[in-house]
Ligand binder design. Structure first.
Ligand SMILES: [Zn+2]
Length: 134
């Protein structure tokens, strides 16, 4: 049976998920990973390096990825908005939040399954004991 370690945020430790729950989880994670930003809206921005030199590049408005090589600034005169690093941070936070939600869903599924297994085995034991008394 497939077994997969995932992090249980409520109990702050790793737990295993099993079988078709683990398989569904892996499929969901693959879908999630393929849903990266499509970089549909891009803005030309001025990026200031640590050295204080600037580079002119096209950046995705949604995730902040640089979508072009450094452009020759003399070819594109005029004002350009500055690169905003918080766009990248927000995107990373957004993705982490979504991934966490996904993991929580499968942890909850596995716990429900575990509870059901315990109940079933208790029922079975009760029945067995009732049978033994007859
Ligand atoms: Zn993007």
């Amino acid at each position: 049976m497939k077994r997969k370690a995932v992090f249980d945020y409520d109990e702050d430790k790793s737990i295993f998920i099993y079988g078709e729950i683990a398989e569904a989880y892996e499929k969901d994670v693959a879908d999630f990973d393929s849903m990266e930003c499509k970089h549909e809206k891009v803005t030309r921005r001025l990026w200031t390096l640590n050295s204080k030199a600037t580079q002119l590049k096209d950046f995705c408005d949604f995730c902040g990825k640089d979508m072009s090589k450094a452009l020759k600034q003399s070819d594109f005169p005029g004002e350009h908005p500055p690169f905003d690093d918080s766009v990248r941070r927000h995107y990373v936070e957004l993705r982490e939040g979504e991934k966490k939600k996904l993991v929580r869903k499968y942890v909850a599924l596995q716990k429900a399954r575990d509870r059901k297994l315990v109940e079933d085995s208790e029922n079975w034991r009760d029945e067995y004991q009732a049978y033994r008394r007859t």
